[in-house]
Design a protein around this ligand. Structure first.
Ligand SMILES: Cc1ncc(COP(=O)(O)O)c(C=O)c1O
Length: 265
């Protein structure tokens, strides 16, 4: 395959297309080396939502790097991380308080899934490991995140490397608002089919982006989960949640809910 940019030593994400060289950002715009301007309407992959060229953000980063290059999280904490976690704790719905910082959404998903597994092992329920996720969906490109993503063209050649988790249809409130994926019935059916005692968590995008519709489904999900409380209790939902736990990716766009058997089941 001939490389589009044979001079470059970078292993580009697209090998057969010469990529424009981005030289600066200007608010919601990107400017390339030819002076062409691109409206960065989605903030890259929804990560640069504050825009570009922000003097106060650049100054805060500069100050912090000037003060500390790196500290290992097993040996030290530091002011910036404590302040950020403190600010988040003020806006997180109770009982959530602690933040675990990672560098990417994929890493956050991996950590959240491992945390769910660890929770059950420590509670003496090592038989719980399955994470139910939806198709379509996107949770990242590392192996577990990819295994949990419903994006077939990303997964195709890696099949044997991907753990097989139960998957259910994602909601389609525009075309099919009453589908089992939209109503939450698919989730309950999957938990029953898999055996509620084997399910560790449910992973979904509460705010759709690259894969699902944009509509928030908190209400429908909360209702369906309450309805299926015979099998699942303790779910946390940011708008009003007061029980259970969830983990958010760095993009704040994935949610992992720990599934727990009801005492009455
Ligand atoms: C919902 C969701 N979770 C996880 C990820 C993966 O994030 P990252 O690309 O930072 O690894 C993405 C990326 O688009 C995402 O949209």
């Amino acid at each position: 395959m001939p490389l589009a940019d044979p001079e470059s030593a970078v292993f580009h994400r697209k090998l057969t297309r010469r990529l424009p060289v981005a030289v600066r950002g200007d608010g919601a715009w990107l400017v390339d080396a030819e002076g062409r301007r691109y409206l960065d309407a989605a903030g890259g992959a929804m990560v640069a939502s504050l825009g570009h060229d922000l003097a106060d953000v650049a100054e805060a980063v500069r100050e912090e790097i000037a003060r500390l290059g790196y500290v290992n999280g097993t040996q030290f904490t530091h002011r910036a991380v404590e302040e950020l976690a403190g600010e988040l704790a003020e806006v997180l719905p109770a009982p959530l308080r602690h933040s675990y910082f990672l560098s990417s959404g994929s890493e956050a998903i991996e950590a959240a899934v491992k945390l769910a597994r660890q929770l059950w092992v420590e509670r003496g329920q090592a038989h719980r490991w399955k994470v139910v996720s939806r198709v379509p969906s996107y949770h990242g490109n590392t192996l577990a995140a990819l295994a949990l993503s419903g994006r077939e063209h990303y997964r195709r050649i890696y099949g044997p490397l991907l753990t097989s988790f139960p998957r259910i249809p994602a909601p389609d409130p525009y075309r099919d608002p009453d589908s089992p994926g939209s109503s939450g019935a698919a989730l309950e059916e999957a938990i029953l089919r898999e055996g509620p005692e084997t399910v560790a968590a449910f992973l979904f995008e509460p705010i759709g982006g690259s894969s699902t519709s944009l509509r928030s489904e908190f209400q429908a999900l909360r209702e369906s989960m309450c309805a299926s409380s015979m099998h699942t209790t303790r779910f946390a939902f940011p708008p009003s949640g007061t029980s259970g736990s969830f983990a958010l990716s760095s993009r704040m766009s994935s949610m992992l809910v720990f599934v727990e058997p009801s005492i009455s089941s």
